[in-house]
Design a protein around this ligand. Sequence first.
Ligand code: SAM
Ligand code: SF4
Length: 339
Amino acid sequence: MTATEEVTQTGLADRYGRVATDLRVSLTDRCNLRCSYCMPEEGLDWLAKPELLTDDEVVRLVSIAVTHLGVREIRFTGGEPLLRRGLVDIVTRTTALSLRPEVSLTTNGIGLARQAQALKDAGLGRVNVSLDTIRPDTFVQLARRDRLKDVLAGLEAAQAAGLTPVKVNAVLMRGVNELQAGELLEYCLDRSYELRFIEQMPLDAQHGWSRDTMVTADEILEQLVDQFGLVPADASTRGSAPAESFLVHGGPQTVGIIASVTRPFCGDCDRVRLTADGQVRDCLFARTESDLRTALRGGADDDELADRWRRAQAKKLPGHGINDPSFLQPTRPMSAIGG
Ligand code: SAM
Ligand code: SF4
């Protein structure tokens, strides 16, 4: 049996035939913005320091995921991962693993101007930067901090450092930036950033999401389709990627739309998540977690941790259920799960 076959047979499979190969690791639940679709203006408690995995613990679990469980892609996220002091070191040690995974980062871009080159040198492949508007006043309204310039500088630095293709994530909020899809796309096309719109999901700490006010994928498409001559890109290249991709004016540039709520893609999901306090989550919307930190700190060896992780993933439900009347939002908000 080859090493790859062995890993596949012992990977993170669930009862519905899916195998998780893409691990999202939250490095902190803290953030320097307060995006209204994610966090309340104030009053959110942070995880206590002793609960957080240390850098060594993060690398150990990532290493088990890669060498024992078939994980091929690692994305560091948060909260805001650039706030994690050991980030460059964690990336360096992750890219040095023998079955080197693809490593990327989801960030709000603040501080990226300073760290982009060091991250590139550490082996980081790509970044996704969240940018919902290019208007300074809308940015303050949405993120409750006046940091647009830092985000734009971070994007430029990522491009210059070769963390490419630079991807941009945008969430549209009714009555705030809902009609800014076109100008945001123009901005990204001019700079060769790949823009993807994400439907707002019920994951905000203050439970303010409502189906009636969310801006849907169809509404976003309607705003863009004529102005940018959008046509669907070849669906056969989508694979397990959540974004539906559209060619802009015949291509090659594209724009993506992630319709997590109105067109769920759970059947093709290949993701698993590790929170900053060492809990495995098989889904963003999971209502249960599996504690790896206690076992890790209790002296469990790699095989035992891998077994626990497999058992956790096997319980993954077929879908997130947002559209069921009985849907309940998970207790942890997006900022603490790792988006
Ligand atoms: N702070 C980093 C950032 O903003 O990119 C990383 C963490 S953030 C939770 C990851 C992604 O989740 C961001 O692109 C953000 O826009 C998105 N996000 C946060 N809350 C969301 C929500 N309720 N619905 C949809 N996307 C959300
Ligand atoms: Fe912070 Fe990212 Fe949440 Fe915005 S979306 S508050 S940047 S964690």
